[in-house]
Write a protein that binds this ligand. Structure first.
Ligand code: AMP
Ligand code: MG
Length: 431
């Protein structure tokens, strides 16, 4: 699909990564290679702001006017001239009118007078200060302001204090969240320019796999990866293309991958990339493009294919993930998510990790990054502690479902004693 995108040679990218060894890559090396390789879509479209949630801005959103557009009251109270306050802030002005949000007081406010005012109302001409109503004592029309509660300029919002007309309110590359949608609306703009949606195909490989609706057979396994991939891609805001289970047959695999090139920007396969198994898939991937087969120093998720495949002028980025259901999710979070965000035109930052206390000793081998499923428990001291879900077998999807997130145990780290702090990646906020 991405005929307009030109990808570099994988060889040119990997040689920028120090000590490249496809059989012993560190997680951070893989992340660097992928970040250097992928290109973002360049086609923009204008959409209604209610269709823009989760999309990526393709142009800065410029403030068409000052925000706020007029000086206004920050509190319910009385607007007055700051110059009327005595040295300690005391004053006793007389009320000459009333200003509400949407109904400004337009009369004059002489020195020694004040205006009853509500939050958001336009400040009357000459007034620059609001005394909150809870600080005053009313005696007829006279507002008694005690000393020590007010300085000139207090509780008034200045025109343009948030944004000046012509300034960017949101920058290109911003992934739009609820606050952004509201911000665009506050500027009076009904539409924004966003990059087109990324189209991502996915398929499963493995002759043991059954699709939903098919009867189970001896030794068969229901295909779950296509459903977790569908769910993660949908949450990421991609258009998805489900290619089903593709049998380990070179002609079928080639036809499926060629179809991907014509219809999608990227394809995610699961299964069949470990050495010795399903050789057809690796051969077809290699035949159709520039694909590297890696063994990554991580657990779970060791084998992975990455690169691009082409059919005629059409190209797609390829992620060949391992088959185990937990490995699929972990490699998606470690590598695919960020790559797709870049392709969507966003500038993703590393996921923030939460430091938590290990509630028991954790076995970990130095020389690989480990992602261990864990549940959090609130601690008496107000912090969080983490307990792993036990057996970390990469086929146990139920423990992924039970976990609150993953402990991310770095490459050089060895075993961890109970009570030590470890990094936790919460699922909440991930796709
Ligand atoms: P593979 O990477 O193809 O060797 O697969 C590793 C393990 O993951 C095997 O036990 C497969 O049966 C299992 N597996 C592969 N693909 C899927 C899938 N789509 N859904 C569920 N399990 C799978
Ligand atoms: Mg397989």
């Amino acid at each position: 699909m991405s005929a307009s995108l030109t990808f570099p040679d994988l060889a040119a990218v990997v040689c920028c990564v120090g000590s490249y060894d496809p059989d012993a890559l560190r997680v951070d090396q893989v992340q660097d290679i992928i970040a250097c390789f992928v290109r973002s879509v360049r086609t923009a479209e204008r959409v209604d702001i209610r269709a823009a949630l989760g999309r990526v801005l393709a142009a800065d959103v410029i403030a068409p006017f000052d925000v706020p557009s007029h000086d206004n009251a920050g509190m319910d109270g009385y607007a007055l001239r700051g110059a009327d306050l005595a040295a300690g802030g005391a004053a006793a002005p007389t009320v000459v009118g009333k200003g509400l949000a949407g109904h400004a007081y337009t009369g004059a406010v002489p020195s020694g007078a004040c205006v009853r005012i509500m939050t958001g109302a336009v400040m009357p001409e000459g007034c620059d200060t609001v005394v909150p109503q809870e600080f005053v004592r009313l005696e007829g029309d006279v507002v008694h302001i005690p000393a020590g509660v007010l300085k000139p300029g207090d509780n008034a919002r200045q025109r343009g204090e948030d944004l000046r007309a012509g300034q960017p309110a949101l920058a290109v590359g911003k992934l739009l969240r609820p606050a952004d949608i509201g911000l665009v609306a506050s500027l009076g703009l009904p539409e924004v320019m966003v990059w087109r949606k990324l189209r991502v195909a996915f398929m499963s490989t493995g002759d043991e796999l059954r699709s939903l609706g098919e009867p189970p057979a001896q030794g068969s396994v229901y295909d779950s990866n296509r459903y977790t991939l569908w769910a993660m891609l949908t949450r990421l805001g991609c258009d998805v293309l489900d290619l089903g289970v593709v049998r380990d047959d070179p002609a079928l695999l080639e036809a499926a991958l060629r179809q991907v090139c014509e219809n999608a920007d990227a394809v995610i396969t699961s299964g069949g990339v470990s050495v010795g198994e399903a050789d057809h898939l690796r051969a077809v991937m290699a035949k159709l493009g520039d694909v590297a087969f890696w063994r990554i120093a991580m657990r779970p998720g060791r084998p992975m294919a990455f690169g691009r495949i082409a059919s005629g002028v059409h190209t797609a980025v390829l992620f060949g993930l391992p088959g185990n259901p937990v490995a699929v999710m972990v490699t998606f979070y470690a590598f695919v998510r960020e790559a797709l965000l870049r392709m969507m035109g966003a500038s993703p930052k590393p996921q923030p990790l939460l430091p938590v206390r290990a509630l028991h000793a954790i076995r970990k081998r130095p020389g690989r990054t480990e992602y261990q499923r864990a549940v959090l428990e609130a601690q008496a001291d107000g912090g969080w502690g983490a307990r792993t879900t036990g057996d970390q077998g990469s086929g146990i999807l139920r423990s992924m479902s039970a976990a609150h997130g993953l402990l991310v145990l770095p490459h050089d780290q060895g075993g961890i004693d109970a009570g030590k702090m470890v990094d936790f990646l919460p699922f909440e906020g991930l796709v």
